[in-house]
Design a protein around this ligand. Structure first.
Ligand code: NAP
Length: 348
């Protein structure tokens, strides 16, 4: 017998879809991704991007407070090892995801800790094959595999991830280590300019480091950044190395010049990437309509429908605009409701 619903992905979109689908008695099966070194390096481990951040201050419902007692009863001791003791902050990214995962399990969600590596959406039931070679069939599928921030690929950048290196200013900008300190944003598009502008709320100075002498960002956003006295543009510069140490994390950056200027070092406490995102859609290989940036296309306005009836998409994998935990959770809910309606209409 095929599954009623398979959900691929384990960020806020996947777990919210699972919570709603499980409560609707669709008995969802979630592929949360495999725990492999490849996925760790690519930033695609189970629980997604939010699990790579620290405090989450902008997810509604989690003001600062002490959730310790609740967590002790809700989450097994083994998984609790990853949660910080005492919960002194609103909520930590990994903690929020563990809570979502547990909430989905509480309603009967089943989980397989594997990647789906190929799909056949050409007919129903849909067939999905995991990394270990096993195939699964389902009447409906929700793709919620997210997108990953692009990094430059420097070893020093990898070393200080979560210790001053971040792919998400909105997620991490407000944490104490960045307050009133010089920070850097790499990139010249709308994301970089938006991140730099956002970070001026907290930083003493934000260096916007771009490899050319002209921004790609839209005119209005570029003008706003140029008018901001806290933003200093470093043109024609490429990053040679992120500087730091074990104790403090990031302490500086060394930049090369693309126009023959000497290399230069800048003291910074935070190094933010704004060089674009890559949706995790390789495994779909033409099975669904994608846009020119590789994101899954929602084919019906206001719905999570994809180009294949019965396959829905939720979260960042289909959203190159908002990319927030709360919007991912919102579209996860929508996808589960869309799947429920689809199955009802098809008598399943
Ligand atoms: P993007 O437009 O592709 O810009 C990426 C930037 O990063 C470019 O300036 C690029 O330099 C630079 N870059 C790429 N790889 C690099 C590397 N290896 N080393 C150094 N620099 C590198 O990406 P985005 O800014 O994320 O924007 C994506 C889409 O979302 C755009 O359509 C954008 O308009 C939209 N967006 C809109 C808003 C908004 O309206 N509020 C906010 C964010 C994003 P080059 O310029 O030299 O190629």
């Amino acid at each position: 017998m095929p599954e009623k619903l398979i959900i691929i992905g384990s960020g806020p979109a996947g777990w919210t879809a699972a919570i709603y689908a499980a409560r609707a008695e669709l008995k969802p099966l979630v592929f949360e991704g495999a725990v492999t070194e490849e996925n760790r390096i690519a930033g695609t481990l189970p629980l997604g991007q939010l699990a790579l951040t620290t405090e989450v201050e902008n997810y509604p419902g989690f003001p600062a407070g002490h959730l310790g007692g609740f967590l002790e009863t809700a989450i097994s001791e083994e998984r609790r090892a990853y949660l910080p003791p005492g919960n002194p902050h609103g909520v930590q990214g990994p903690e929020l995801l563990e809570l979502m995962r547990q909430q989905a399990v509480n309603f009967g969600t089943r989980i397989i800790t594997e990647d789906i590596t190929t799909v056949d959406f050409s007919q129903r039931p849909f067939r999905m094959t995991a990394l270990d070679g096993k195939s699964y069939e389902a009447d409906c599928a929700i793709v919620a595999t997210g997108a990953r921030a692009n990094y430059l690929g420097l070893p020093s950048e990898e070393k200080y991830k979560n210790h001053g290196v971040s792919g998400c200013a909105v997620c991490d900008g407000a944490i104490p280590r960045f307050r009133n300190k010089p920070l850097a944003v790499i990139g010249g598009g709308d994301s970089a300019v938006e991140e730099a502008t956002y970070l001026t709320k907290y930083a003493s100075t934000v260096y916007l480091v771009h490899r050319r002498d002209k921004l790609r960002a839209s005119k209005i956003m570029a003008e706003r950044a140029a008018a901001n006295p806290k933003i200093k543009f470093l043109w024609n510069r490429s990053v040679d190395e992120v500087l730091g140490n074990e104790k403090e994390g990031v302490t500086g950056m060394r930049l090369n010049s693309t126009t023959g200027e000497p290399a230069a070092e800048f003291p910074i406490a935070g190094f933010f990437l704004g060089i674009g995102h890559t949706p995790n859609t390789t495994f779909l290989k033409g099975a669904l309509q994608m846009n020119d940036k590789g994101y899954v296309v929602w084919t019906t306005p206001g719905r999570t429908n994809t180009s294949v009836p019965g396959v829905f998409a939720a979260g960042d994998v289909a959203d190159d605009c908002y990319r927030q935990a709360v919007t991912a959770a919102g579209t996860g809910c929508m996808a589960a409701l869309d799947a429920e309606r689809f199955l009802a209409e098809h008598g399943e």
